[in-house]
Design a protein around this ligand. Structure first.
Ligand SMILES: [Zn+2]
Length: 321
């Protein structure tokens, strides 16, 4: 899953407070957290099947800028014999008793509900790696709204409205239509059930944004300000589509951020960074982008971020899902 990094936040604050970046040796390597997440959340579902897509980055680079996006790589599929054997069985075996899916096409329109603005001429972005070989990247279905809910517990004073503002930025940059479904009692987790009709009705779960911390989410220990990413689902013969994203914000860390004069801007940027992971952006090796793993003062999307977000707003519509 995408990671929001407390490291990321601290870098930004340090840069502001000291005018210089902290020494690399002083950081907690983000990749260790990423790897922990991968292990916890990426059971070997599809590995026994088709060969995973080749890594685009060398191991060293990948460790440094490891994917933080996929919270739980559990693929739900409508069952057909071939695909069932190919993906679902290894992936969902432990989950089969509860592995129900919503009716197809809930709220799915015939055309995208919005369109991204013209993309800046920049390639300073990286898309989250697709888990399958025959699909280069994964996105939300632009023909249906992206619902989101917030668990308000632990939200620090002074953070009011920041989630909505960050969502608005991502919506504007992607053309994806987000719908604020209000608050929820659902807790963050690394293996979220993507269909919870008792909480959300008969549809895929909304994006879940939580104010949490290392006690509840060990991945937030150390210099990690947050985590972000999405799960995905697929109906046979159609592309994978993101559903059920999560943003997990380190509330104690956020409260500390808000003590500084520009605290709200930095916290909003942190949420935007995590939402960037949710819609499919990975980290990029360019400090002028918000998707750089260590923020050094960036508080808005850069050209590369915007180019990537515009692309991610043009994913396929999959009404059969
Ligand atoms: Zn990140």
């Amino acid at each position: 899953m995408g990671a929001m990094d407390r490291e990321w936040f601290h870098e930004s604050r340090d840069a502001r407070m000291n005018g210089v970046r902290r020494s690399p040796s002083g950081r907690i390597p983000e990749w260790s957290l990423d790897d922990a997440l991968r292990q916890a959340s990426a059971p070997p579902p599809w590995r026994p099947g088709p060969a995973p897509k080749k890594r685009r980055r060398s191991p060293r680079v990948r460790l440094r800028f490891g994917t933080v996006g996929a919270l739980a790589l559990l693929v739900f599929l409508y069952l057909t014999p071939t695909l069932f054997d190919r993906y679902v069985l290894p992936a969902a075996l432990p989950y089969l008793p509860g592995a129900e899916v919503p009716p197809r096409g809930v709220e799915a329109g015939d055309v995208p509900l919005g369109a991204p603005p013209p993309a800046p001429a920049s390639n300073a972005y990286t898309l989250m790696e697709s888990p399958v070989e025959d699909q280069e990247w994964v996105a939300y279905d632009p023909c249906r709204p992206v619902h989101y809910v917030v668990r308000p517990d632990n939200a620090p004073a002074g953070s009011e409205g920041l989630v909505q503002k960050a969502v608005a930025e991502v919506s504007a940059a992607t053309g994806l239509q987000f719908v604020d479904d209000g608050t929820t009692t659902e807790a963050p987790t690394e293996d979220r059930d993507l269909y919870q009709p008792e909480l959300y009705g008969k549809r895929w779960v909304p994006v879940l944004i939580t104010w949490t911390g290392p006690t509840e989410i060990p991945g937030l220990e150390g210099d990690v300000a947050g985590l972000g990413g999405s799960d995905y689902a697929q109906t046979p013969g159609h592309p994978l589509v993101y559903v059920g994203g999560q943003v997990q914000l380190d509330a104690p860390d956020a409260a500390e951020t808000l003590q500084y004069p520009d605290g709200r801007a930095y916290l909003k940027a942190t949420i935007m960074h995590e939402l960037g992971h949710v819609v499919g952006l990975d980290h990029v090796d360019d400090p002028h982008q918000l998707m750089y793993a260590d923020n050094i003062g960036q508080i808005s999307f850069g050209d590369g971020d915007r180019a990537g977000l515009a692309l991610l707003g043009t994913g396929p519509c999959v009404p059969g899902l």
